[in-house]
Design a protein around this ligand. Structure first.
Ligand SMILES: CC(C)(COP(=O)(O)OP(=O)(O)OC[C@H]1O[C@@H](n2cnc3c(N)ncnc32)[C@H](O)[C@@H]1OP(=O)(O)O)[C@@H](O)C(=O)NCCC(=O)NCCS
Length: 201
């Protein structure tokens, strides 16, 4: 993909669908609410370590979809659903959340039956490539300090460990009631991916 610098996430065509080797990533639609709710957003196992409260009503899922629309209205990318290209069934979600025109955060959530196949890593690499295409200089992700599978995904996806942020964030579904330590991983995308200059801590 051609890399445009300067326009960052604001100008130019929106990337509403992305195809990877085994996955289709697409912009969420209003009629996705039920499947998002049922497949992962209401599942206690999936939501244990996420930063948002587990959905207990479909209205919370609709609020997420409204947030997604607002992100897509402002930027050239936003939340994506991860679906099976052959069946169209929902596997999970990922996305880019822009904080400035050159800095974005990413993350990933999969339904339990999609765990352990490398899908999160594949989705992360797609988000990293997209971020670079959109002129993002710093792509980062945070995960709970005890969440080894997520940290492993970030390592496999070429993100560099930057440090442990102590007592940084509350995790609403853990019920601990106080901020927890998180691990911060980032990719610096100023250089073509794969060059060492681009990812030195
Ligand atoms: C975390 C999550 C995204 C991982 O997705 P996935 O597609 O199963 O991840 P991958 O298959 O790409 O890789 C997982 C890696 O973690 C490793 N892993 C799994 N459990 C582990 C453990 N307890 N300790 C260390 N590594 C572990 C796997 O072995 C694999 O690494 P490997 O390929 O070197 O063997 C998925 O479990 C999920 O959606 N969980 C719920 C939502 C969530 O927590 N999202 C992240 C919020 S920060």
């Amino acid at each position: 993909m051609a890399i445009e610098r300067g326009n960052a996430g604001l100008k130019g065509p929106r990337h509403t669908t992305i195809r990877t080797e085994r996955l289709l990533l697409r912009k969420p639609r209003p009629d996705d609410a039920e499947s998002i709710f049922e497949r992962y957003a209401s599942d206690p196992d999936v939501t244990k370590y996420v930063g948002w409260p587990r959905h207990t009503s479909i209205e919370q899922t609709r609020s997420f979809l409204a947030f997604s629309e607002s992100q897509w209205a402002e930027w050239r990318a936003g939340p994506y659903l991860i679906v099976s290209p052959s069946t169209g069934s929902l596997l999970g979600s990922t996305g880019l959340e822009f904080e400035t025109t050159t800095r974005a955060q990413t993350g990933y959530v999969l339904a339990t039956d999609a765990w352990g196949r490398g899908y999160a890593t594949e989705a992360l690499i797609a988000m990293r490539d997209l971020a670079q295409t959109l002129g993002v200089h710093r792509l980062y992700a945070l995960c709970h300090a005890d969440h080894r599978p997520s940290a492993r995904v970030l390592e496999k996806g070429g993100m560099t460990f930057e440090g442990r942020l102590r007592r940084y964030a509350e995790f609403p579904n853990l019920g601990q009631g106080q901020p927890q330590d998180v691990l911060c991983y980032a990719a610096i995308l100023d250089f073509p991916s794969g060059t060492p200059e681009g990812n030195t801590p």
